[in-house]
Design a binder for this molecule. Structure first.
Ligand code: E4P
Length: 216
């Protein structure tokens, strides 16, 4: 399983990229709005930092086929690494299919069932994004969905890649990897939590104390 960073916060993207652990970025309208910056400017900056797939989502105010296609073409033209994020709707599937015909990569987002993932893949999605945290929030098992999609794609030899989205903690990450996800897209805070272990900190403190006792 590989990692994407799920943010539009450029400094976090720089930090995660410097660690060498991420190979792509996903954004969404909420994340872009949180930064309060111009979509094109932020996306351009992200493409200059990370050399991998960068998902930029069509505006939530443009959800008809024609509108999404206009935006998809504009987003794809920003940089060869751009992936157009399209919501899982009828119009979205149609746009995803048209994008595939035009050679535009897509990430079908807001997936909450295995059948939605199957349809998105059949429409030509490059990536499908099941949201596990939001399912957990309503007492449904998000990880179970990843297992099902993963098995379904393997049995049917489907090439669309599974991006575990709405990842909230390190346990989610580990379980996504075991469930067969291709990618987990995570906030920088999750990476920071994954790095830390109290025994690592204690070990460093002990090495320092022991070393100083003898060598000053
Ligand atoms: C995925 O691409 C989304 O941007 C994201 O993972 C949503 O996560 P949230 O449910 O924490 O908002």
């Amino acid at each position: 399983m590989r990692f994407f960073l799920d943010t539009a916060h450029v400094e976090d993207i720089r930090k995660a990229n410097d660690l060498g652990v991420i190979c792509g970025v996903t954004t969404n309208p909420s994340l872009i709005a949180k930064e309060g910056l111009d979509f094109n400017e932020v996306i351009k900056e992200i493409t200059s930092i990370v050399d991998g797939p960068i998902s930029g989502e069509v505006k939530p105010t443009t959800l008809d086929f024609e509108g999404m296609m206009k935006e998809a073409r504009e987003i794809a033209a920003i940089h060869p690494n751009m992936v157009v994020k399209i919501p899982m709707t009828e119009e979205g599937l149609k746009a995803c299919h048209q994008c595939a015909k035009e050679g535009i990569k897509t990430n079908v987002t807001l997936i909450f069932s295995a059948n939605q993932a199957l349809l998105a893949a059949r429409a030509g999605a490059t990536y499908v994004s099941p949201f596990i945290g939001r399912l957990d929030d309503i007492s449904e098992d998000g990880l179970d969905l990843i297992r099902t999609i993963s098995e379904m794609f393997a049995i049917n030899d489907i090439k669309a890649q599974i991006i575990c989205a709405s990842v909230r903690n390190p346990i989610h990450v580990m379980q996504c990897a075991l469930a067969g996800a291709d990618i987990a897209t995570v906030p920088y805070s999750v990476i920071q939590t994954m790095i830390k272990h109290p025994l690592t900190d204690q070990g460093i403190a002990k090495f320092q104390a022991d070393y100083k006792k003898v060598f000053g």
